[in-house]
Design a protein around this ligand. Structure first.
Ligand code: ARG
Ligand code: ASP
Length: 717
């Protein structure tokens, strides 16, 4: 509590102070050394060894990386895993059609045989992690160029990985921490047969939709269940009918006891990317240059998509996952910008940077090592602004046109044809993947947004990075992008699945010229050429520079505050965040309580608005107050709660634990006022949002009739 008060009194200095309880994503293998004492003072009743151990089973054996960017917890001895609805969304969507609309109606396998295979989905389990900094940096000196450093680091890393994974089925990877001051080796097991077990109806799993996304108070039943399958030897295996449910070293115990305000809680999962240590100029680039453009371009695309989704049920299914993805970033960046402004992050960082300079100038050695650092940051961020902006336009405007993205898939075919190489393999790959694109495509969306996106792209991109195709367009159309769009849709064979497949099925390498004449292929080729030739290298050159400056800067900051605990920025490796269940005050005179209940779902109900349509079964149970064993002590059914845990994108699906290491919920979001926490965490306003596990089980059991799954789980009362 004392720390909390200090940080409130001295917001200008928070950058320099020890991380407050709540802030930080900590390394599991270092908890004992860095956090255990504080965790126990806050109420934690286990030991660090219960969270991460390589000698015995620990919670880490029940937490997996789900797909490429979410987390899941293992909740049964038979490989059942619990993650978010929005994490399983792509898979649920892939199994859906107008006839079997799992997005809307939900899906539950009533028997094992009904569990649905998921193409391409993997889960990754951490076996162990190890600090390998010494070996990775062997032979490195301060005088080396970044390129030389990188190549030595790469060779050293490969040597370690080869040695540590030799003669095993394990996968190894090495990840940089603190911008390359520290390196960790991760030995993992990757499971490739993961099947969909169940998802609630959309009205529960996505309740509140994009309207409530990134917001508190929240009532989304954001969960889905999958099962890990393994070979008969319990090792990872490709999908096979012979595979059996995976037997984990550890599965989570589920608490039905709930939580109260100020209770200790922790989150164990895979946060993707945070940038707590960047200098003021980097924050300005994100908040003043990049975010506004992304917000504007995505806003326009969403307007169009939403309009077509509202008009047509097929479009609604086709664009559900795409719209959710586009909207998620759009809203996050909007909230992030508000938060950074409110906190005055840029000014606070400037202030901290002035103090840093004073510290540097205070001693001769420091002066020699660090004097030019901040100036170098300023210079490189200034130089990289135009190319960063060009990159944003390339991805958000150029690749915002779906047919341009489709056309981009022909790059390899064109290249092989030009070089006179065999094309058969590539052709059959294209032919088999193309129907999936059209399954989810409505050309009206592209038609509606393309003139705007092209015009924005052309108007705001520095000449040096403007794709050549714009000059061609200008010659014939001036700035009439509407007319260009009309003609493109008239001429292109990509507009029709049949035409395109017919062309590919009768393809000969000499016909690549016809492909190159297609307007969407022309756009795609020109955009990607410009990206490859002018943007990618320059940008990665700048990133090398900022990374190496960052490495020195973080090292200096650590020297400057020797007593301070530094947590490394998130990098999609397993972390522990801990804090307290806590309410908050978003603005003057407004108070948000720390949990929501089913009553709130009925308050929000609006049958006319899709996001707020309430499932009739849920409503009937509410009216009968039939909450069974899932109610809290006051007889209420709680839906979600908030806490001060520091989380980020990737933490979705992360198990949330009580002081005894029992599962009380799954993390799925943050609050609107706290979305700037990737850059600037603030304990007064930053909250992670967790789905109460009791609501989740209530839905499985009483709404969806899949109560048999609870027999696999360990519940404690
Ligand atoms: N904001 C949450 C997270 O970043 C949930 C996103 C999914 N939900 C949605 N309505 N788009 O990813
Ligand atoms: N919703 C995010 C996720 O998908 C979590 C967050 O950004 O707080 O990982």
């Amino acid at each position: 509590m004392k720390k909390l008060i200090i940080s409130m009194l001295l917001p200008l200095l928070c950058f320099m102070l020890p991380a407050t309880a709540g802030e930080g994503m900590w390394i599991p293998s270092l908890l004992e050394q860095m956090n255990e004492k504080e965790m126990r003072q806050m109420g934690f009743r286990l030991t660090a060894e219960d969270i991460y151990s390589i000698n015995r089973s620990s919670l880490k054996d029940a937490v997996v990386l789900f797909g490429s960017g979410c987390t899941a917890g293992i909740i049964s001895e038979e490989g059942l895993i619990l993650t978010n609805h929005h994490c399983g969304y792509g898979q649920i969507q892939a199994h859906s059609s107008l006839e079997k609309d799992y997005l809307t109606n939900g899906f539950w396998a009533m028997r094992r045989e009904e569990e649905l295979p998921c193409k391409g989905l993997t889960v990754e389990l951490l076996i162990r992690m190890e600090d390998v900094t010494g070996e990775v940096l062997a032979g490195i000196t301060d005088k080396m160029t970044e390129a030389v450093r990188d190549s030595i680091v790469a060779v050293n890393q490969k040597k370690i990985i080869d040695r540590e994974t030799k003669d095993s089925h394990y996968t190894g990877k090495i990840t940089a921490f603190y911008y390359g001051n520290v390196y960790y080796l991760f030995i993992t097991e990757v499971f490739k047969d993961v099947r969909l077990v169940g998802a609630p109806p959309g009205g529960i799993g996505k309740f509140g939709g994009d309207t409530d996304n990134w917001m508190w108070p929240r009532h989304t039943g954001d969960f889905s269940m999958f099962r890990i399958y393994a070979g008969k030897d319990n090792l990872p295996a490709e999908w096979s009918e012979e595979n059996v449910p995976y037997k984990p070293k550890k599965s989570l115990t589920i608490s039905m006891k709930g939580y109260e305000k100020e209770d200790f809680t922790f989150v164990f999962g895979y946060p993707g990317r945070t940038q707590q240590f960047i200098p003021s100029w980097a924050v300005s680039l994100v908040s003043e240059v990049e975010n506004p453009v992304r917000i504007r371009l995505r806003g326009r695309r969403l307007d169009a998509i939403n309009q077509f989704m509202a008009q047509d049920p097929l479009t609604r299914i086709q664009y559900a996952a795409k719209a959710a993805g586009i909207a998620n970033g759009w809203k996050k960046w909007t909230g992030e910008n508000n938060g950074l402004k409110r906190l005055g992050t840029v000014q606070n960082k400037r202030e901290a940077e002035r103090e840093f300079s004073t510290w540097v100038m205070g001693e001769r050695n420091r002066k020699t090592t660090y004097q030019g650092l901040l100036g170098a940051f300023e210079a490189v961020y200034k130089k990289m602004t135009p190319v960063s902006l060009a990159y944003v336009y390339y991805t958000e405007a150029g690749l915002g046109i779906e047919l341009v993205r489709l056309a981009g898939r022909f790059n390899k075919l064109i290249m092989l044809s030009e070089q006179g190489k065999a094309v058969d393999e590539e052709l059959s790959r294209l032919i088999s993947s193309i129907p999936d694109f059209y399954k989810n495509y409505n050309p009206s969306v592209d038609r509606a947004v393309m003139p705007y996106l092209l015009s924005e792209y052309a108007t705001h991109t520095d000449q040096a990075y403007l794709p050549g195709v714009f000059a061609e367009i200008r010659k014939k159309y001036g700035t009439d992008y509407q007319r260009f769009t009309n003609d493109a849709f008239q001429e292109s064979m990509l507009v029709s699945k049949e035409k395109l497949l017919d062309f590919l099925e009768h393809y000969k390498p000499s016909r690549h010229k016809k492909l190159l004449k297609d307007p969407f292929v022309r756009l795609a080729v020109s955009f990607s050429d410009t990206y490859r030739e002018k943007i990618a290298d320059e940008l990665s050159g700048y990133r090398d520079i900022t990374d190496s400056l960052q490495r020195v800067y973080v090292k200096a900051l650590m020297e400057m505050s020797p007593g301070k605990r530094f947590y490394p920025d998130a990098n999609l490796t397993l972390r522990v965040a801990y804090g307290q269940v806590m309410d908050y005050t978003p603005r003057d005179a407004v108070h948000y309580d720390y949990y929501t209940t089913l009553a709130g779902i009925l308050e929000k109900e609006d049958p006319a608005v899709e996001d707020y349509a309430v499932d009739p079964r849920l409503k009937a149970l509410y009216q009968a107050r039939d909450f069974g064993k899932y109610a809290d002590q006051r007889g209420m059914l709680r839906t979600c709660f908030i806490a001060t845990n520091h989380t980020s994108g990737g933490n979705s699906g992360s198990p949330v634990f009580n002081a005894d290491g029992q599962l009380i919920g799954i993390n799925f979001d943050r609050n609107w006022e706290g979305t700037m926490s990737d850059i600037n965490y603030d304990i007064r306003q930053c909250r992670n949002i967790t789905l109460d596990v009791r609501y989740c089980l209530f839905v499985v059991d009483k709404v969806c009739g899949a109560g048999h799954l609870l027999n696999e789980m360990k519940l404690v009362y």
